[in-house]
Write a protein that binds this ligand. Sequence first.
Ligand code: ASP
Length: 435
Amino acid sequence: MTTNTKYNLTTRILLAMAIGILVGTFFKFLLDGQAERTVNIGEFSFGIKALFIDGFFHVGGQIFISSLKMLVVPLVLVSLICGTSSLKDVKTLGRIGTKSMGLYILTTAMAIAIAVFFAVLIKPGEGVNLQLATSFDAGQAPGIAQVFINMFPANPIDAMAKGEMLQIIVFAVLFGIAMALVGDAGERLRLFFEDLNTAIMKLVEIVMHFSPYGVFFLMAKQFTILELSDMVNLGKYFGLVMFVLFFHGFMVYGSFLAFVGRLNPLMFFRKMKETALFAFSTSSSNATIASNMTTTTHKLGVDNKVASFTIPLGATINMDGTAIMQGVATIFIAQVYNIDLTMSDYLLVVLTATLASIGTAGVPGVGLVMLAMVLQQVGLPVEGIALIIGVDRLLDMTRTAVNITGDAMVSCLVAKSENCFDEKVYNDPKAGQQF
Ligand code: ASP
């Protein structure tokens, strides 16, 4: 679908975001801390919050999120089946899997190590008042054994119905391998799935076309809720997480691209803008899968064989941004409670936060729940999470953008090393602009 507006999609999304922020802030100002404000126009009266914030903004935003989620299961299933069934041999798949898992874990461990380093240096928890405004219910984090068991679907249809990403990936890969092994029948099926994939990609394009409206609604609602005073109180924590997120997102990923992939990082960041904005406004790696797959394949030149595997896998297990928040938050909480951590505690933080971020689902706010697991491991008070809840939403938005940027970066490196990469597309600033 070609857009007949004179602005490209990224500009339209940015514009929608800016207007959404302004409108949201305006409504927050109108409500002036009250739960509701009634406006009377002649005979007609309505509540501002009920009509706009819980009405238009909420409904519009949720429809957008649902439309994005709607794409995920069919897109991942079908494109991964296409990708796997067209691989020459199972060994290639094994290599792609090993490389991407290795890079995902390596970058996550680096992310937390950097976060812990800066948190120890800057001491964001010093001088913070221990007055908890709310309490925090940690919930139950799944054990490691269960995480492995859960990867295998007892019922693939159930996995799809529930959107269990790892199970869908395992099923699609196995099915793709089986297709590749059954000769003519597999070839006929492959053609069918290729056609299905084309239609699903069209659907992705259609949803993307309307995305600026969705972004507007999400931002408008978000900015009526955001408490800026919390951000000032927890300024050091907030600022530090933000700083490490940007540092990791640009410096670490940029270095990987330049030195490992021998690719121009600026081109990468330029092309990732739109998908990063999606992640920012939805706070969900999962909801960003469709946009990220389109960007990596059409704009960055990663072959679908690699992207169809690495992007959904990354959205599920690779959470560098989340790990950064968990690293800083752990040290922050230890400092607030005046608990000294030893060197081995720091190592434990790196290890458990890596595992926790793997176990974090790509949906809004779960990073905070998984933080409970890290705190428990190092023997820190889980209630400490209540301290940082107030500023977490904006951090969640930003860390999700880092999470998905990491997925795309690793996809480029893996694709390049497997000769499944079109460098001409990567270096062409106009490539894939119709998306
Ligand atoms: N919202 C994050 C994501 O979807 C996860 C988190 O950190 O809460 O990637």
